[in-house]
Design a protein around this ligand. Sequence first.
Ligand SMILES: Cc1cc2nc3c(=O)[nH]c(=O)nc-3n(C[C@H](O)[C@H](O)[C@H](O)COP(=O)(O)O)c2cc1C
Length: 171
Amino acid sequence: MAKKEIKAALIYSFATKKTSTAAKLIKDNLKELTLKEIDAESINANDLEAFDLLIVGAATWFDGELPTFWDEQIPALEDINLKGKRVALFGIGNQVDYPEHFGDSIGLLADVFTSTGAAIIGPTSTEGYTFEDSKSVKNNQFVGLMLDFENQHNLNESRIKSWCNQIKKEV
Ligand SMILES: Cc1cc2nc3c(=O)[nH]c(=O)nc-3n(C[C@H](O)[C@H](O)[C@H](O)COP(=O)(O)O)c2cc1C
Protein backbone atom coordinates (compact mmCIF):
# COMPACT_ATOMS: atom_id res chain seq x y z
CA MET A 1 0.00 0.00 0.00
CA ALA A 2 1.31 3.47 -0.85
CA LYS A 3 2.18 5.68 2.07
CA LYS A 4 -0.59 8.16 2.74
CA GLU A 5 0.33 11.75 2.06
CA ILE A 6 -0.22 12.88 5.57
CA LYS A 7 2.50 14.32 7.76
CA ALA A 8 2.57 12.49 11.04
CA ALA A 9 4.75 12.65 14.13
CA LEU A 10 5.24 10.10 16.90
CA ILE A 11 6.05 11.90 20.14
CA TYR A 12 7.26 10.12 23.29
CA SER A 13 10.24 10.24 25.62
CA PHE A 14 13.14 8.36 24.07
CA ALA A 15 14.49 7.76 27.60
CA THR A 16 11.51 5.67 28.76
CA LYS A 17 11.33 1.88 28.70
CA LYS A 18 7.70 0.91 28.37
CA THR A 19 6.50 4.01 26.55
CA SER A 20 9.32 3.54 24.01
CA THR A 21 8.42 -0.13 23.60
CA ALA A 22 4.81 0.82 22.89
CA ALA A 23 5.93 3.52 20.45
CA LYS A 24 8.02 1.01 18.52
CA LEU A 25 5.08 -1.39 18.23
CA ILE A 26 2.83 1.46 17.11
CA LYS A 27 5.33 2.44 14.44
CA ASP A 28 5.48 -1.18 13.23
CA ASN A 29 1.68 -1.20 12.92
CA LEU A 30 1.49 2.12 11.05
CA LYS A 31 3.93 1.38 8.24
CA GLU A 32 1.55 3.07 5.79
CA LEU A 33 2.33 6.41 7.43
CA THR A 34 5.62 8.26 7.34
CA LEU A 35 6.17 8.98 11.02
CA LYS A 36 8.73 11.45 12.27
CA GLU A 37 9.83 10.51 15.78
CA ILE A 38 10.17 13.40 18.21
CA ASP A 39 11.59 13.15 21.73
CA ALA A 40 8.98 14.45 24.17
CA GLU A 41 11.77 15.76 26.37
CA SER A 42 12.84 18.32 23.76
CA ILE A 43 9.85 19.35 21.70
CA ASN A 44 10.00 22.49 19.61
CA ALA A 45 6.30 23.29 19.90
CA ASN A 46 6.13 25.51 16.81
CA ASP A 47 7.44 22.65 14.64
CA LEU A 48 4.31 20.64 15.49
CA GLU A 49 2.07 22.95 13.48
CA ALA A 50 3.55 21.42 10.29
CA PHE A 51 2.02 17.99 11.01
CA ASP A 52 -1.47 16.73 10.17
CA LEU A 53 -1.40 14.02 12.83
CA LEU A 54 0.40 13.81 16.14
CA ILE A 55 0.59 10.47 17.94
CA VAL A 56 1.59 11.24 21.50
CA GLY A 57 2.38 8.80 24.30
CA ALA A 58 3.10 9.13 28.00
CA ALA A 59 3.09 7.03 31.15
CA THR A 60 1.36 8.21 34.32
CA TRP A 61 3.57 8.92 37.31
CA PHE A 62 3.27 10.45 40.78
CA ASP A 63 -0.33 9.43 41.48
CA GLY A 64 -2.04 10.82 38.44
CA GLU A 65 0.51 13.11 36.87
CA LEU A 66 2.57 13.33 33.73
CA PRO A 67 6.29 12.57 33.92
CA THR A 68 8.02 15.81 35.02
CA PHE A 69 9.64 16.61 31.66
CA TRP A 70 6.16 17.20 30.26
CA ASP A 71 5.70 20.13 32.65
CA GLU A 72 8.42 21.96 30.75
CA GLN A 73 6.78 21.29 27.36
CA ILE A 74 3.16 22.08 28.15
CA PRO A 75 3.22 25.91 28.38
CA ALA A 76 4.66 26.15 24.85
CA LEU A 77 2.22 23.53 23.55
CA GLU A 78 -0.71 25.51 24.90
CA ASP A 79 0.35 28.44 22.72
CA ILE A 80 0.37 26.68 19.34
CA ASN A 81 -2.52 26.45 16.90
CA LEU A 82 -3.45 22.91 15.85
CA LYS A 83 -6.90 23.73 14.51
CA GLY A 84 -7.83 21.17 11.85
CA LYS A 85 -5.10 18.77 13.05
CA ARG A 86 -5.58 15.41 14.74
CA VAL A 87 -4.00 14.04 17.86
CA ALA A 88 -4.01 10.36 18.88
CA LEU A 89 -2.91 9.52 22.41
CA PHE A 90 -1.46 6.37 23.95
CA GLY A 91 -1.02 6.01 27.69
CA ILE A 92 0.80 3.64 29.99
CA GLY A 93 -0.41 2.97 33.53
CA ASN A 94 -0.85 0.39 36.24
CA GLN A 95 -4.48 -0.33 37.14
CA VAL A 96 -3.70 -2.60 40.11
CA ASP A 97 -1.32 -0.31 42.01
CA TYR A 98 -2.94 3.00 40.98
CA PRO A 99 -6.66 2.27 40.53
CA GLU A 100 -7.70 5.83 41.45
CA HIS A 101 -5.40 7.45 38.87
CA PHE A 102 -5.21 4.79 36.20
CA GLY A 103 -3.48 6.15 33.11
CA ASP A 104 -4.38 9.77 33.89
CA SER A 105 -1.58 10.99 31.59
CA ILE A 106 -3.54 10.92 28.35
CA GLY A 107 -6.53 12.66 29.91
CA LEU A 108 -4.17 15.49 30.88
CA LEU A 109 -2.63 15.53 27.41
CA ALA A 110 -6.08 15.49 25.80
CA ASP A 111 -6.92 18.70 27.68
CA VAL A 112 -3.68 20.33 26.50
CA PHE A 113 -4.14 19.36 22.85
CA THR A 114 -7.85 20.18 22.84
CA SER A 115 -6.91 23.70 23.94
CA THR A 116 -4.75 24.02 20.78
CA GLY A 117 -7.83 23.38 18.62
CA ALA A 118 -6.81 19.83 17.61
CA ALA A 119 -9.33 16.99 17.39
CA ILE A 120 -8.53 13.99 19.57
CA ILE A 121 -8.99 10.73 17.66
CA GLY A 122 -8.69 7.05 18.62
CA PRO A 123 -10.86 6.64 21.74
CA THR A 124 -11.12 3.10 23.10
CA SER A 125 -13.42 1.10 25.36
CA THR A 126 -12.73 0.73 29.09
CA GLU A 127 -13.94 -2.88 28.93
CA GLY A 128 -11.32 -5.36 30.06
CA TYR A 129 -9.72 -2.97 32.55
CA THR A 130 -10.46 -2.80 36.30
CA PHE A 131 -9.93 0.54 38.04
CA GLU A 132 -11.78 3.13 40.10
CA ASP A 133 -11.07 6.41 38.39
CA SER A 134 -9.11 7.89 35.54
CA LYS A 135 -8.81 11.39 34.12
CA SER A 136 -8.47 9.64 30.76
CA VAL A 137 -12.10 8.52 30.69
CA LYS A 138 -14.27 11.03 28.88
CA ASN A 139 -17.73 10.16 27.53
CA ASN A 140 -17.37 6.68 29.06
CA GLN A 141 -14.33 5.86 26.94
CA PHE A 142 -10.59 6.24 27.23
CA VAL A 143 -9.48 9.24 25.18
CA GLY A 144 -6.89 7.02 23.48
CA LEU A 145 -5.12 3.68 23.73
CA MET A 146 -4.47 2.47 27.29
CA LEU A 147 -1.73 -0.05 28.04
CA ASP A 148 -0.82 -1.73 31.32
CA PHE A 149 2.56 -3.42 30.99
CA GLU A 150 2.67 -4.59 34.59
CA ASN A 151 -0.69 -6.38 34.66
CA GLN A 152 -1.87 -6.96 31.09
CA HIS A 153 1.34 -7.18 29.11
CA ASN A 154 -0.05 -10.06 27.06
CA LEU A 155 -2.78 -7.78 25.67
CA ASN A 156 -0.43 -5.05 24.44
CA GLU A 157 0.10 -6.37 20.94
CA SER A 158 -3.56 -6.96 20.17
CA ARG A 159 -4.59 -3.63 21.70
CA ILE A 160 -1.95 -1.77 19.71
CA LYS A 161 -2.83 -3.54 16.49
CA SER A 162 -6.52 -2.82 16.81
CA TRP A 163 -5.93 0.83 17.80
CA CYS A 164 -3.57 1.40 14.88
CA ASN A 165 -6.19 -0.01 12.50
CA GLN A 166 -8.67 2.43 14.03
CA ILE A 167 -6.25 5.35 13.56
CA LYS A 168 -5.71 4.41 9.91
CA LYS A 169 -9.47 4.60 9.37
CA GLU A 170 -9.83 7.89 11.25
CA VAL A 171 -7.12 9.82 9.35
C1 LIG B 1 6.31 6.27 41.54
C2 LIG B 1 5.33 5.74 40.52
C3 LIG B 1 4.09 6.36 40.39
C4 LIG B 1 3.16 5.87 39.47
N1 LIG B 1 1.91 6.47 39.38
C5 LIG B 1 0.99 5.94 38.54
C6 LIG B 1 -0.33 6.48 38.48
O1 LIG B 1 -0.69 7.43 39.18
N2 LIG B 1 -1.22 5.91 37.62
C7 LIG B 1 -0.89 4.85 36.83
O2 LIG B 1 -1.74 4.38 36.07
N3 LIG B 1 0.37 4.31 36.86
C8 LIG B 1 1.30 4.84 37.70
N4 LIG B 1 2.56 4.30 37.73
C9 LIG B 1 2.88 3.17 36.87
C10 LIG B 1 3.66 3.59 35.61
O3 LIG B 1 2.86 4.37 34.74
C11 LIG B 1 4.10 2.33 34.90
O4 LIG B 1 5.06 1.68 35.71
C12 LIG B 1 4.62 2.54 33.51
O5 LIG B 1 4.70 1.26 32.92
C13 LIG B 1 5.99 3.22 33.42
O6 LIG B 1 6.28 3.42 32.05
P1 LIG B 1 7.71 3.97 31.53
O7 LIG B 1 8.71 2.86 31.79
O8 LIG B 1 7.55 4.21 30.07
O9 LIG B 1 8.00 5.24 32.29
C14 LIG B 1 3.50 4.77 38.64
C15 LIG B 1 4.75 4.16 38.78
C16 LIG B 1 5.65 4.63 39.72
C17 LIG B 1 6.97 3.92 39.84
